[in-house]
Structure formats: C-alpha cells, structure tokens
Design a protein around this ligand. Sequence first.
Ligand code: PMP
Length: 303
Amino acid sequence: MAKPYPQVYLGDRLVPAEAAHVSVASSAVLYGLSVYTVFPVFVAGSARTVFRLEDHFRRMVESCKIIGMDRFDQEWDYDRFRAATVELVAANELTEDVFVRATVHVVESIPGTRVRGCDIQVSMFIYPATPIVPQHGMRLKSSPWRRIPDNAIPSRAKVNGAYVNSVLAKQDAIDSGYDDCVFLDGNGHVCELSAANIFLVRGGTLITPDVSCDILDGINRRTILTLAAEDGIPVRERTVDLTELYIADEVFVTGTSAGCAPVTEVDGRTVADGKPGPLGQALRKRHADALRTDTVHGWVTQL
Ligand code: PMP
C-alpha cells in the first residue's frame, strides 16, 4: 500500500502523518460519516498546478448539504480550502504528480445516528498519482451488487460509508479476474464503475448515463462532455442498457484516479476489435492536455 506524504492537514494546521488521527468514537469511524474528494496536483519544475479545484470544493459542499453536515459550509469557504491546499503542497517535497484526498469527517463523539450540528474536521493528505485501473485496455465485469440508489445513499454525494458498495463490487470483479466492475441499478441499467464514470460510442455518438442514473457527477465526466461538445462530437446523456456496452464501437471510463482510459472487454465480450477506439483515444489526449495546461476554461489553478 502507498504511504501518504509526511505532512498532513488536519483541522486547522499541518501535522505529521503519524499524528493525523480521528477518534474511534467519532461518527466518521462509527458510521463512515465523512464526505471526500480526490484531486490531482501536477509538478512541472517548480510549478504546482491543480485541476478544477473549485469544482471539487463545490462538490464537497454539496455532498455535505445532502448529508446534513451543516458545519462545513459554516466554517469553510473556497479561499480557506485553497489556502489549505497551498500550505499542504508547500510543506511536502513533491517530485512527482500526486493526488490530494480531502475529507470532511464528522468528529462528534458518540452522538448517535444523527448529523446536524455535529462537529466536523477537515483532513487533506497527499499520495502518489498511481492510476486505479489499467490505462491501455481494461476488462470490466457487470456486478452482482446493485448501485446504491439516490433514495438510499445518494451516489451524487461522495460519502465515505457508501464506498462499501464500491468495495464489494470491485472485489468481486478482481476475484473473478477482471480489472473493475460495471455497477447496474435495480432495473439493470448501467451506472458507473466502482470509482469512475463510463462512456460508450455508438455510430459516432458519445453516450453516457445521465446524472439521475445513480452516478457520481464526476468532474472528469463533465470535462469530457465539454471537450467532446467543443470538438463537434454528438453527445447524449441518457439511460444505458448493459447490452449496449457489449455491442458498442468504443467504451472508456473517466475519473481523477482512473484517468480517461479505454475498456477492451465487458463480461467476456470483446469491445469492437479489442483495441482502444479512435474517439476515446482522441479524448484521452485532450483530457490529459486539459488537466495540465488548460487555459480556455479556467480549470487549472497555480498553487
Ligand atoms: N464515480 C465514483 C463512484 C467515484 O468514486 C469517482 C471518483 N471520484 C468518479 C465516478 C469519478 O469522479 P471524478 O471525475 O470527479 O474523479
């Protein structure tokens, strides 16, 4: 397992990683009552840049609002979040591109199963930016575990406890010799992977499940939709059947930790000719460039 970089942000200051603790009696530990995000920091010489930081912060605010963690919005704004990121990155000697995992923990001790008004604490730590799925052709398995629906634990809120659902599905896929899962909803429609969004291409049209299909509203998903529209590629956000993946011309996935990466097999069926497709590969390149050097959309922030 990778180790976090030595300096961690916790509460309102930097602490050594070994001292960055949350209590065993906190709701974060007892119920998985935390929300989080992961964003990339790129290293180029002495420059440090981050991709869509404000969007990550806004999604954390929205996740807290959905769950009822009201203290985050009261205590934190984007300027404070950005300043904490700057402090964290400056305190660690980066020699490679990294991910930052930022979490809002409910740290109230033994409050019972409630959330409003409970104390929160923010943590941020850095770790190497190793992709969580193969980058040149991954194999997916549809999961026997269904995606948690919006009226149970909403996927659009990035709640730590909900990731037990992802762990079950990803472990099942790995145990079966695949790289990751395809989550389906209760009606058998495609949602997403364990920690990435999914796209397919049919007849030149880019298709992805819409945001009311029990998915995380991924920031890289939004990025691909924007880039594709700008390139004149027809885009549709709609319900997707599992069997559409079997007969797609291309399938690829997106996510901070997944990148924009091709799928070459779903449930033992080869996607098209088994090679990464041209549209997905073109968008992969556009995405990789945008992450580091976008100047058009205001997505890149210097730290
Ligand atoms: N879906 C899930 C369930 C995820 O955990 C992630 C990773 N955050 C994504 C999609 C991709 O989201 P993003 O592009 O914001 O990283």
